[in-house]
Design a protein around this ligand. Sequence first.
Ligand code: ADE
Length: 390
Amino acid sequence: MHAILFPPVLLKPCLVRPPLWGAEYCYFHTHSILGIKTYIDPDTYEDPSLAVHEFAKEIDPSRIRIERVIGAGEFGEVCSGRLKTPGKRDIPVAIKTLKGGYVDRQRKDFLREASIMGQFDHPNIIRLEGVVTKSRPVMIVVEYMENGSLDSFLRKHDGHFTVIQLVGMLRGIASGMKYLSDMGYVHRDLAARNILVNSNLMCKVSDFGLSRVLEDDPEAAYTTSGGKIPIRWTAPEAIAYRKFSSASDAWSYGIVMWEVMSYGERPYWEMSNQDVILSIEEGYRLPAPMGCPAALHQLMLHCWQKERNHRPKFTDIVSFLDKLIRNPSSLHTVVEDVLVMPDSPGEVPEYPLFVSVIDWLDSIKMGQYKNNFMAAGFTTLDVVSRMSIE
Ligand code: ADE
């Protein structure tokens, strides 16, 4: 007889970390560690306007043709248009403008994003074309992304993509995040709303600028300690004591995975921020979206480990997703028991998913048997799920 003691957890990802020297790129740059270019915080410049000119090209405004307004940012309108370069074809661009009447501080905050973006060069990071600072309006010019932000794009095309296409998008985001973490840059606001999508379905990480980004994000709420944080996307240690790191970005990446696989559903639905924090603390995690391959939900659960050092590194995530793409049959096992979250906040869901055998034993008050389970080789939940009575 084969007794299933736990909802089967299949295809537990085996994430291996390549050696540090296995980085995909290597720059010769004055700000580098072990030959890998590192990010410089523009605030370390006494005069931040020097930073922007170190990292961004000044564009003559006669090269820019503004066509239409496509959105509103904290500092002014966002427009689409074209950028002319002598001897080259015009390229489509997005133009962020700083509206008139700003104070020095606002100009500095606005250009901070360009100083950060200008340090990056990666296909999955939004590319800075340059800035206009010597005439008015002050502008930031970036590559144009035809499909806009990922959350609204997915909501508009609910159910339209193959799993491989969705995993391809996630692979791109993970690759951009690996680049940022290798550069020593912590994003702090990784969410589908801050990813842009181009006409080839390529996803690029955008919205840089740390504190400013959070001021601008309508999802960011004030915590009791006074920080402004997008609670549902943020790792517990970053909410509790502002411990932001690439490991807290990995937690947010797991939430982005969930947003993508659910076509832009709101994480934790309409639960209040406080209930989200309490549920996470109690060990609950988001269930697999409908039709989500088990391997992807397992990866999400890895990203949501309480202990931040147990979360996968972005390099692990990229190689794991690459393996899934190379072996599409690994995506055929779908999490069938779609878990229903409580209707009213505070109610306990029936089948919480745990990420470790120890969490699970503790939850059923069998924590005293931890050592027996480990000694008998039942070290992972997938092994436990295959336990038989004999
Ligand atoms: N909205 C904000 N930035 C954008 C971009 N780069 N392309 C298209 N829409 C945008």
